[in-house]
Every structure is written in structure tokens, then in C-alpha cells.
Design a protein around this ligand. Structure first.
Ligand SMILES: Cc1cc2nc3c(=O)[nH]c(=O)nc-3n(C[C@H](O)[C@H](O)[C@H](O)COP(=O)(O)OP(=O)(O)OC[C@H]3O[C@@H](n4cnc5c(N)ncnc54)[C@H](O)[C@@H]3O)c2cc1C
Length: 426
């Protein structure tokens, strides 16, 4: 039998129906209802309601080009919730990191690859949120991105400079009128091919991070060229390799002048890594919801497979690890929200301490999602590996998170430097 997505049906109707978005959301809600505050829980349910309707009304098969969905998602205020965005005439409530976590969970359960694409959009939003300086062009770009009218990407990595991002090769040269000329190459940009707007980092002097600048680029400008590269584990995410040839960036679009870029880069990396943490945890919950439903219904040797310790115990173990990391992430989200409420920004010393915390959570959650998504698929047997559910998407996407946003080795390097600092403070 071929199902409506054109796939050969491997899972029976009854189990497939129970694996639907609605039931997986219910599983998640039953797990979180006692630990979330009412405002967060209500927002989670409201966002879920939106995606349930969106999936049904548009007959979504999860094979589509999801970039076409972004304007509607943006209209619903679900591209990002990190801020209320009052500066651009919006007033999102709730907003902040906990709200962003809820948005991430609901979005990921709906479509993990889509959640990753939207997540990279947010990486373009954050620098504009901090550095719009009330300049009209930047505020317009910010509004277009937040409301999903435009797609964004962030350009840090280069073909010859990955982990060593500070020693960039891409150059920017300042003109007398304050505009910059950009030359160089970037690689592995999530959304790069689809992006209307890009945040680009470049240096006045190659290999000198102290001369870094942060620029906003409109990808329709002359000198922007992009090719699509293939990451087979996330086939629906458009990842780009960009070349800049004498690309002129007007002065209104310079978010951080030469010398300020490095500071802006590190400020953004904390939020980028925490955003990845939220994605990782959401993927783990998505996988656990699939496996729990399946293992409670699938019978072998006349028993539900959950009842065999070989299935039930490892599933319980993955569940405990996922819940533990969820609690840790909620805690740091809450601290950030409180600081933002109190100071309107993150104090510098807090941001510094957050570097190690973001690395700890990023590396642990990347490991968690990779283990949990594989572990859950494995416990589901053939049903976890075929294309009838989102498990195949989860398997692929969970394998890239150790690399994006700085590899696990680099996170550990950052943490070891922090341990040295802590020792010196004794
Ligand atoms: C799917 C995907 C999406 C991405 N999206 C974006 C994006 O939107 N924007 C963007 O700018 N970039 C993006 N990246 C790039 C990503 O941030 C880089 O791939 C990453 O920082 C590693 O760089 P690299 O690939 O050049 O590996 P390299 O830096 O060459 O590293 C190769 C290996 O060496 C190890 N290594 C390097 N230095 C050290 C060291 N000092 N100590 C120990 N080990 C080390 C690394 O951990 C890794 O295992 C994305 C990557 C992927 C795969």
C-alpha cells in the first residue's frame, strides 16, 4: 500500500495514527505540564494548535520546500520569540528565552528540518536586534526577518577557516563615505541559498581578528554569488557557499565597524549556541515521543515491546537524560529572561560566564540528540528507519549538531579554558 506521501506503508494504520502530531504533542504536554509555568505552557499549546491547523489545512507531507511556509509562520509571530520587538511595532507576548524554547519544541515536533531553517533565520535577527541603532534600513530588515517576509542567514565560516573563525580571510575595506567593500568566500551557511539578507563578518586585515567588522548584506546587491552545497543528512535545508566580489555595503548597513566585529561575533555565539541547545532538546523529545508511542503499541511474542526490559529500560534512560537537560535549559532560559527584564540587556560579566554555560549545554545536548534519536529509531526496528514518520529526519539532523555552531571539540576547548580561569581565581 502506498500512503498519501507516496511512501510504501510499513507501519499499520492504528500505530501510524497514534504517531500523529496531535498525539506526540499530547505526550510532550503530559511530560511538561507540571514543570512549566502557566504562561509558558499556554504558549506551547497555542503554538501547537497553530501547527496542527497548518499541517492539516495545507496537507503537509514534510517533503515540501519549507521556505515557502515562512511568511505564514512569520505572520503568526512564530519565527522568533526572543524579544517582544517593540522597536519595530510588534508586541510579542510571551517573549524571551523560555517562550523561544516553547516555540522551538512545537516547531520541531511539526518538522525538524523546518525548525533548523527557521533557527538560522533567528541568527540573522539577533545581531540586528542588538545593533539596529534606530537606523531605518536596519529596522526594516529586522521587521522583514521577524515577520517572515524575508529569509536570513549568518556568514562566519570560510573554506579555510572553520573552527578558527577569528582568523578570517574575507576582507572588508572602508571607503571615504563610510561604505565597505567586501571580498572573499564563506561556506556552510544554513539558508545561504534562500537568504534575502545576511549577516557577514569580515576583517580589514586578513588573519587579524581585532580588525573584524559585522555587516548586513542584501543578497540582491551586485557582488553576492551563492551556490548550493549538499549536506545529505538535511536534504531540505538549503546550505550555501557564498562568494563576495567587490560587494559594496552602504554605511547604514554596517552593524559593527572595523574593530567591533569580534565582540559582536562572540556576543552572538552565546545566543546561537543556546538556540542550538533548544533545537537539540526538542529533537530528543520528538524522538522519545515516537518511540514511546510505538513501543506501547507494537507487539512481538504476544507482548507490547515496551514490556521487554531490552526496550523499556534504554527508553527510560533516554527519557531521564532528556528531561534532565530540559530542566537545565529551562533554568538558564529563566535566568536570562530575568536579567533581560531587570537590565534590558545582558550584563557583560554575565555574558562572559554564559560562554562556558552555553558550551556545556551545547556539547551535552548535541551528544544527547545524536544518541537519543538513534537509540529511539533503533528501538523501533524497521519502523524507526523507514520514511513513514519523522524519525528518518530526526536521525539525519541529529547527526550534524556536534559540528554546527562550533564543534564539540571546540566547546570542550572553551570549557577547558574556563576551568583554567576558574583555577586562577582561587
Ligand atoms: C549543517 C551545517 C550548518 C552550518 N551552518 C552554518 C551557518 O549558518 N553559518 C556559518 O557561518 N557556519 C555554519 N556551519 C559551519 C560550522 O560552524 C563549521 O562547520 C564548524 O565551525 C567547523 O568548521 P569546519 O567544518 O571548517 O571544521 P574544522 O575547523 O576544519 O575542523 C575539523 C576537525 O578538527 C577539529 N578541530 C579543529 N580545531 C581544533 C582544536 N583547536 N582542538 C581540537 N579539535 C579541533 C574539529 O573539532 C573537527 O573535528 C554549519 C555547518 C554545518 C555542518
Amino acid at each position: 500500500m502506498i500512503n498519501k506521501k507516496g511512501e510504501v506503508q510499513c507501519i499499520n494504520d492504528e500505530i501510524l495514527e497514534k504517531l500523529s502530531l496531535k498525539h506526540r504533542y499530547n505526550f510532550l504536554n503530559n511530560n511538561l505540564m507540571s514543570i512549566l509555568k502557566p504562561e509558558a505552557f499556554n504558549f506551547l499549546k497555542k503554538t501547537q494548535k497553530f501547527f496542527l491547523r497548518f499541517e492539516k489545512n495545507n496537507n503537509i507531507t514534510h517533503n515540501e520546500d519549507f521556505y515557502d511556509w515562512i511568511p505564514e509562520i512569520g505572520n503568526a509571530g512564530l519565527v522568533t520569540r526572543v524579544s517582544n520587538f517593540k522597536e519595530i511595532g510588534l508586541n510579542y507576548e510571551p517573549h524571551g528565552m523560555i517562550a523561544e524554547f516553547m516555540r522551538c519544541l512545537a516547531t520541531d515536533f511539526f518538522d525538524p528540518q523546518f525548525a533548523m531553517g527557521v533557527g538560522a533565520n533567528v541568527l540573522c535577527v539577533n545581531p540586528l536586534m542588538f545593533h539596529h541603532g534606530d537606523v531605518d534600513e536596519r529596522l526594516k530588515a529586522l521587521k522583514d526577518l521577524v515577520t517572515g517576509q524575508k529569509i536570513g542567514c549568518i556568514c562566519i565560516t570560510e573554506p579555510e577557516r572553520g573552527s578558527d573563525a577569528v582568523h578570517m580571510q574575507t576582507t572588508c575595506k572602508e571607503n571615504e563615505d563610510g561604505s565597505y567593500i567586501l571580498n572573499g568566500e564563506k561556506i556552510y551557511q544554513t539558508n545561504g541559498v534562500k537568504a534575502d539578507l545576511a549577516i557577514v563578518y569580515a576583517v580589514a586585515e586578513q588573519n587579524n581578528g581585532n580588525t573584524m567588522a559585522q555587516l548586513l548584506v542584501d543578497t540582491t546587491w551586485d557582488g553576492w554569488n551563492v551556490e548550493r552545497l549538499n549536506i545529505p543528512w538535511t536534504p531540505r535545508v538549503f546550505i550555501g557557499k557564498e562568494t563576495f566580489t567587490n560587494l559594496k555595503v552602504p554605511k547604514e548597513y554596517i552593524l559593527g565597524k572595523v574593530g567591533r566585529g569580534r565582540e559582536h561575533l562572540f556576543e552572538g555565539l552565546n545566543l546561537e549556541r543556546l538556540g542550538i541547545v533548544l533545537l537539540n532538546i526538542s529533537e530528543a523529545w520528538n524522538a522519545i515521543s515516537h518511540a514511546t508511542i510505538y513501543a506501547n503499541m507494537r507487539k512481538q511474542f504476544d507482548q507490547e515491546i515496551l514490556k521487554y526490559q531490552g526496550v523499556g529500560f534504554p527508553l527510560a534512560d533516554m527519557w531521564a537524560k532528556t528531561m534532565s537537560l530540559t530542566l537545565a535549559a529551562l533554568h538558564i532560559c529563566q535566568i536570562i529572561d530575568e536579567k533581560m527584564e531587570q537590565f534590558g540587556t545582558l550584563p557583560q560579566n554575565f555574558n562572559l560566564a554564559l560562554v562556558a554555560t552555553a558550551s556545556q549545554l551545547k556539547s551535552q545536548s548535541a551528544e544527547l540528540t545524536e544518541r537519543v534519536c538513534f537509540g529511539c529509531a533503533d528501538l523501533m526496528g524497521g519502523a524507526g528507519l523507514c520514511d513513514n514518520t519523522l524519525m528518518s529526519d530526526l536521525l539525519g539532523i541529529s547527526r550534524i549538531h556536534r559540528v554546527g555552531g562550533g564543534t564539540s571539540q571546540i566547546q570542550k576547548y572553551i570549557m577547558s579554558l574556563a576551568l583554567r580561569q576558574l583555577f586562577k581565581m582561587l
